[in-house]
Write a protein that binds this ligand. Structure first.
Ligand SMILES: [Zn+2]
Length: 195
């Protein structure tokens, strides 16, 4: 299935500003849409341009009509005209190839890196500091390792670890063993004798 599209231009007699678009609608409808959007304060280049040059003095005209079978095909024709006329009010080219997108993205990244070296450096340094602090916190916690009477170990800085250790087989076994009962008694006796 094909459909008809119109590639059109908007222009003013007062200056060189130009816009190239394409539409499935009649040109008068599309022009009315453009006027509405300009009146409603839309901020893309074309509408800023239409307001600046005068909504009432905007002219529109057909460049050429085509039969197309997809939106991509429509945009391809639109772009051919944009490449030919280099319209000042077209912010984006109608159909940007993937390769062009990739190049643009790389350019943007490079530009950003170049313009924000300080920011990026600061971010890296800040994160380094954060990592250092976290590392210190972690090692401080690890230093709180306690040797338990049961000959097990637990980290007194981590509540859950303490709990888990107290509930562990080794710990329970030790504290219910005869050896430990003797040990407890010896302490009690010791205290008793001391008093
Ligand atoms: Zn223990």
């Amino acid at each position: 299935m094909t459909y008809k599209i119109n590639v059109y231009k908007l222009w003013w007699d007062s200056n060189e500003d130009l816009y190239v678009g394409s539409t499935k609608s009649k040109l008068c409808y599309r022009a009315a849409q453009h006027r509405n959007c300009a009146n409603n304060g839309k901020m893309t280049n074309v509408y800023v341009g239409i307001r600046k040059n005068g909504i009432g003095t905007m002219k529109y005209g057909l460049l050429e009509s085509y039969e197309v079978s997809s939106r991509d095909e429509q945009l391809k024709y639109e772009r051919e005209w944009q490449d030919k006329l280099k319209p000042s009010l077209n912010m984006y080219r109608a159909l940007v190839t993937k390769k062009e997108k990739a190049i643009k993205l790389r350019e943007c990244e490079r530009k950003y890196t170049k313009n924000n070296q300080e920011k990026i450096k600061k971010y890296r340094d800040d994160n380094k500091e954060k990592a250092k602090i976290q590392g210190k916190k972690r090692s401080a916690k690890l230093k709180k390792m306690v040797n338990c009477y049961c000959k097990g170990k637990y980290n007194s800085g981590l509540k859950n670890t303490v709990k888990l250790h107290m509930l562990s087989k080794r710990h329970k076994k030790f504290f219910t063993s005869e050896k430990h009962q003797e040990f407890i008694k010896s302490i009690i006796n010791y205290k008793y004798i001391k008093e």
